[in-house]
Design a protein around this ligand. Structure first.
Ligand SMILES: [Cu+2]
Length: 485
């Protein structure tokens, strides 16, 4: 298709989008809040949304000093152009919404330097990073306003897509909601060798998916009691901080590194033409083989790397959407001839998968709550209490039971785990869950279990956390602490 045609289509799309959001409450002066199941409706400024190409977060290559790779990040207040005629106040890292992508290599010695210029207390956590607890960026490593803090460690893990975000006690949800999050891409020998799309922003596309509520064009974080219970869900979809943007790609295999960066939404992602694609990686590593699917389900903080074959789609366009809510995150237009092709490998990696029979210990975690407070094993988060003591290098089974009528998920810091059962059976695990993960969905009234081993880092004083990653639940107490020794 010619560029002219696309421009015409763009303006049609703009009108359509504006009309859709006007119907959903924009321009009607409707306030958000009070919606069922945690939902609400936004009110948008009269000018409507700003039509954009998908923003690609800057790739922050480190500066080497004395053999250490330094990443300098400034956490600050900013203004972002979600809308045409007005600016929206945000929290941001270096830029105006979200932060740059940190590119790391397995074996690197890194220093991620956070400068807090936000005007309030934060902590900054490397989600999915295998590191010592004193570098974990939790409640035990506060960064006061005006101060700096560095997470210094050696990258000691497989190629994957991780992320960084605040982990501030009782205040994570709002800080993430206003824009504090960014991706970390880890490369290793294997990821460099495999014939996968790896041109960042061209055929290897970072994709942070979120949803937000806006009140008169400003980010509206004001959860009611029901919204705190169900988690705060917005009606406006964001892809890398843009509302329903467009991405022009070559007619070839395209890789997406998708993060569910929402506070509390489960996305069931697929394409408008129902086509199949392959998932190649879970949270912490490649899958052993590409898994063919037509939909990938991601709960908050989960990641999936997928490869979609667009070699025969020149001139077409398709939409990445969430089938649960109908949100349309991204329009993909295949407008360019490929300059080089890749061919998806049939085997990606070999994962070390210990046997269930080798596990030496079993722990049980029960997720529950009432009256706006959430607990794990009957206890709400207390930074002065250690809930579990986990010996270094012991293979354990952790079983997580959700005894509520609402969905949760479960995240463990600094390690990955291997799912072994849903509701007591391995058969209930999807093929694309059989990899290394650090977050797993635990639907209402269901149980999941997985194998965990804490390796390399023991510290008798400073704990790691486990918690539900629905951020309203985490802030309302659904978190515990463990010591590795
Ligand atoms: Cu939860």
């Amino acid at each position: 298709m010619k560029r002219r045609t696309f421009l015409a289509l763009s303006s049609v799309a703009a009108l359509y989008l504006a009309a859709r959001y006007m119907r959903s409450g924009g321009g009607m002066g409707m306030m958000s809040g009070g919606g069922m199941m945690g939902g609400g409706s936004s009110s948008l400024p009269p000018g409507g949304i700003k039509i954009k190409d998908l923003p690609i977060p800057a790739l922050l290559k480190p500066v080497e000093r004395n053999g250490v790779q330094h990443y300098d990040l400034q956490i600050q207040r900013a203004e972002h152009d979600f809308f045409k005629d007005m600016m929206t106040k945000t929290f941001a890292i270096n830029g105006t919404y979200l932060g740059p992508t940190l590119l790391m290599k397995n074996g690197d010695h890194v220093s991620v330097n956070y400068q807090n210029r936000l005007g309030e207390l934060i902590t900054m956590h490397g989600h999915g990073m295998h590191l010592p607890s004193r570098m974990d960026g939790t409640v035990h490593q506060p960064i006061q306003d005006g101060e700096n803090w560095s997470a210094v460690y050696m990258v000691k893990q497989r190629a994957c897509t991780n992320w960084y975000h605040p982990h501030t006690l009782n205040n994570t949800a709002e800080q993430v909601y206003k824009g504090l999050a960014g991706l970390i891409i880890i490369e290793d020998e294997e990821s460099r060798r495999l014939d996968l799309p790896k041109r960042y922003g061209i055929d290897d596309i970072p994709l942070v998916l979120q949803d937000r509520l806006f009140a008169h064009g400003q980010i509206d974080y004001s959860p009611s009691m029901p919204q705190r219970m169900h988690g705060y869900v917005g009606d406006i979809p964001l892809a890398n901080g843009a509302i329903e943007p467009t991405l022009d790609v070559e007619a070839k295999e395209i890789r997406f590194r998708i993060l569910n960066g929402s506070n509390a939404s489960i996305y069931e992602l697929g394409f408008s033409d129902e086509r199949s694609f392959h998932q190649i990686a879970t949270d912490n590593a490649f899958l052993e083989y590409p898994v063919k699917i037509t939909e990938v389900t991601l709960s908050p903080a989960e990641r999936a790397e997928i490869v979609i074959d667009l070699t025969k789609d020149y001139g077409r366009s398709l939409v990445l959407r969430d089938r649960r809510s109908g949100k349309q995150f991204l329009t993909i237009r295949i407008t360019k001839m490929a300059t080089a092709q890749t061919l998806l490998p049939q085997k990606l990696t070999t994962l070390e998968k210990p046997l269930v029979s080798q596990a030496q210990y079993r722990r049980r975690f029960v997720l529950s709550g009432m009256m706006g407070r959430f607990t794990i094993n009957g206890k709400g988060m207390d930074p002065d209490r250690i809930d579990e003591h986990v010996p270094l290098n012991r293979l354990e089974i952790w079983e997580v039971e959700n005894n509520m009528m609402i969905d949760h998920n479960f995240h463990i810091h600094a390690t990955h785990f291997i799912p072994i059962a849903r509701n007591g059976s391995m058969e209930n695990l999807a093929e694309n869950e059989r990899g290394y993960k650090d977050v797993i969905l635990v639907p209402a009234n269901e149980t999941v279990s997985f194998l965990v081993k804490m390796t390399d880092y023991a510290d008798v004083r400073i704990p790691y956390m486990y918690h539900c990653h629905f951020l309203e639940h985490e802030d309302a107490g659904m978190m515990g602490q463990f010591i590795v020794s």
